[in-house]
Design a protein. Structure first.
Length: 215
């Protein structure tokens, strides 16, 4: 059986796995973005607090993904819960770091002008600072998504959803006729998903970032 014949025979399962992986990554990125921006908002005004927040998030990335998922299994069980928890934790760093950088990079004169016309601190944050910090925040989201798309494949170790199951089954059956096809199908599926997500983020940036502040 050729690789293309394998894809034809397994296309329904592969599409289901791809949808599950895309859904898991998207949901985790939403959670990581909300948490990362919240952390940045709470810490960016203090150099020490901002550095501490990014250092703590960086510490998570030093834990091998397989080990982290393995540590989470006894706590939250098999399947989606350890996948969601691990991906959200791994997605925090680029978002929180770039959000801190973006908020600190807002022109102070613009903030002062907003204060001068009577905007409250929270209104300045929502209407001036966060919109101007959105380009680097979106960059952090793109970086996190690419990273999580690959890490999500490891979640198959804990019976997590996605294309990782295809890869693990192929590795477990190396030497059989379809082993290489399974690994290749899962890997290419992840690459395609990552490219589709990145294209969506480029479009989102064009729709939400004024031309004058695009980088």
């Amino acid at each position: 059986m050729t690789f293309w014949e394998y894809l034809g025979d397994r296309h329904r399962q592969l599409l289901t796995d791809a949808f599950q992986q895309a859904s898991a990554v998207l949901q985790c990125m939403v959670a990581a973005t909300v948490l990362g921006v919240l952390i940045a908002v709470l810490t960016y005004r203090s150099d020490r607090a901002g550095d501490l927040a990014t250092t703590a998030a960086s510490a998570v990335l030093t834990i091998p993904s397989l080990a982290l998922i393995g540590l989470l299994v006894p706590v939250v069980g098999l399947g989606a819960p350890p996948t969601v928890a691990a991906l959200t934790l791994y997605g925090l760093l680029p978002v929180a770091r770039d959000a801190v950088v973006g908020l600190r990079g807002v022109d102070p004169s613009l903030v002062e002008a907003a204060r001068g016309i009577g905007m409250s601190r929270s209104t300045r944050l929502v209407r001036v600072e966060l919109p101007l910090a959105w380009p680097p925040i979106l960059t952090g989201i793109r970086v996190s998504t690419r990273m999580l798309m690959g890490i999500a494949a490891i979640a198959a170790y804990a019976s997590g959803p996605g294309l990782g199951g295809e890869i693990f089954r192929g590795i477990a059956s190396l030497g059989s006729g379809n082993a290489l096809d399974q690994v290749l199908a899962g890997t290419l599926g992840i690459v395609v998903l990552a490219l589709l997500f990145d294209a969506a983020y480029v479009l989102l940036g064009r729709l939400t970032i004024p031309r004058g502040i695009r980088v």
